[in-house]
Design a protein around this ligand. Structure first.
Ligand SMILES: [Zn+2]
Length: 304
């Protein structure tokens, strides 16, 4: 064996090493950019009645205020929590008055900030039975992910500071805090316990039903046919479309702001006679479900 051959192999190894390093660096930078983009502070405002927007530009958080304490839905990424707290303070509310913490689903972009928010508020966290295990594990062991993402999850990606789970609930359960009443609709598929919340909001003389859609996103490599990504995932999605369609939603909310056109509606509200008007969007709500279901049918047809 000549020295040339050995040098060639070493060069190839060095090049391969450099390529892998570049990939890892690029991947890390890309992830950081996404996280930063989703953690940009956003001006808090009143959506309608006692319902306020306190989330970031991408990931949402909603504050429902009441005389006997407030309810906060979702905590964003770990780095979103301080922004949410600043938004609550800016609106003139006290984080210590938040007594109930709720979550759409146990993914790092919606559950990441819950522990910080829980520590700051002393609130009790309610998590669906289907998402509780993943929540207390800080995102580990998420079996609703497709295989490649599950491997990354196993290796430690998409983890978050685990909050304390104070209560578990199942589909149809309600949570009361003084006059506030929220109903849990387990709209599973995206995660095993993905929860959409519905609650009445009193705006002037009107009673509006707000629905915060958890997620109907189908991750890549999720299998809807046997062997399913988790047993029952296809049926869960089917039920979720039906459940959401049957809710008489007036105010359309979701865990990501782009899904319900937050920035557009925020602009429209400035010019509206009643600032709540742009958010009363049953049409947009149904169109969102239709689009998600069409995508689901497409993927299901391909997999069959
Ligand atoms: Zn998610």
């Amino acid at each position: 064996m000549g020295i040339r051959k050995f040098t060639k192999r070493r060069t190839r190894l060095v090049l391969l090493g450099a390529a892998v390093t570049l990939l890892v660096v690029a991947g890390t930078q890309w992830r950081a950019a996404i996280r930063r983009g989703r953690s940009v502070p956003d001006e808090p405002f009143r959506i309608a009645g006692n319902l306020y927007y306190v989330g970031a530009t991408g990931v949402t958080a909603f504050l429902l205020t009441g005389p006997e304490g407030h309810v906060l839905i979702d905590g964003g990424f770990p780095e979103t929590a301080p922004l949410i707290m600043a938004s609550i303070a800016e609106l003139g509310f006290d984080i210590a008055d938040v007594d109930v913490l709720l979550n759409s689903h146990a993914h790092s972009d919606h559950a990441g900030g819950l522990r910080t928010l829980q520590e700051a508020s002393g609130a009790e966290l309610w998590v669906s039975e289907g998402d509780a295990d993943v929540m207390v594990a800080g995102g580990a062991g998420d079996t609703s992910l497709g295989l490649p993402l599950r491997v990354l999850n196993f290796l430690g990606m998409s983890r978050f500071p685990a909050p304390r789970v104070d209560h578990q609930f199942s589909d149809g359960d309600t949570i009361r805090l003084g006059p506030l009443l929220l109903t849990a609709h387990v709209t599973a598929g995206h995660t095993r316990g993905c929860t959409s919340w519905s609650f009445p909001v009193h705006d002037g003389g009107r009673k509006l039903l707000a629905v915060n859609v958890c997620s109907l996103t189908l991750f890549p490599f999720v299998s809807l046919v046997e062997p399913e990504t988790y047993p029952g995932i296809r049926a869960d999605f089917e039920r979720s479309f039906e459940t959401l369609r049957n809710l008489p939603a007036d105010l359309f909310l979701a865990s990501h702001s782009s899904w319900f056109g937050l920035s557009r509606k925020r602009r429209q509200r400035a010019a509206a006679e009643n600032p709540a008007e742009p958010f009363i969007d049953r049409e947009g709500y149904l169109a969102f479900i239709d689009r998600a279901e069409a995508r689901f049918r497409e993927v299901l047809a391909e997999q069959r």
